[in-house]
Ligand binder design. Structure first.
Ligand code: 5GP
Length: 117
């Protein structure tokens, strides 16, 4: 069984968040430490820890994450200039919250795709 995370609590309304969209499959809310003028997290309501845990049953929901991302980018006024969608997986991917999520970042040039560290 997957561990309960802060994101599951946000989905259940047990933790506060600036929610910008929700439906029966996904919830989107502003990142608490925004890295760009628009920084929204779009997450499945179902707690899937990482991309490694997705199954074919999740395909429609995963596609829906992109549909919601595109809709929110329009609403934020960043669609035309552009934005970046990021999904981190596990330690080397930089994942810190183990409830699968898509970052929507925009409102400024986001820079190189991968930073050398
Ligand atoms: P990751 O590195 O796992 O892909 O990104 C996790 C993101 O979740 C980070 O950008 C972090 O700022 C954000 N985050 C962590 N805890 C909270 C929280 O309690 N509320 C919100 N809104 N964002 C959070």
């Amino acid at each position: 069984m997957s561990e309960d995370t802060i994101f599951s609590k946000i989905v259940r309304g047990e933790a506060p968040a600036d929610i910008v969209y929700r439906d029966d499959r996904v919830t989107a809310f502003r990142d608490i430490q925004p890295q760009a003028p628009t920084h929204i997290l779009i997450i499945p309501n179902k707690a899937i820890p990482t991309v490694n845990d997705v199954t074919t049953d999740d395909e429609a929901m995963l596609g829906h994450l992109f549909v919601v991302a595109a809709k929110l980018a329009q609403e934020e006024g960043i669609a035309e200039d552009g934005y970046r969608l990021i999904v981190n997986c596990n330690h080397d991917g930089g994942q810190v919250v183990f409830h699968l999520h898509m970052h929507l970042l925009g409102g400024r040039p986001i820079g190189r795709m991968v930073q050398r560290v």
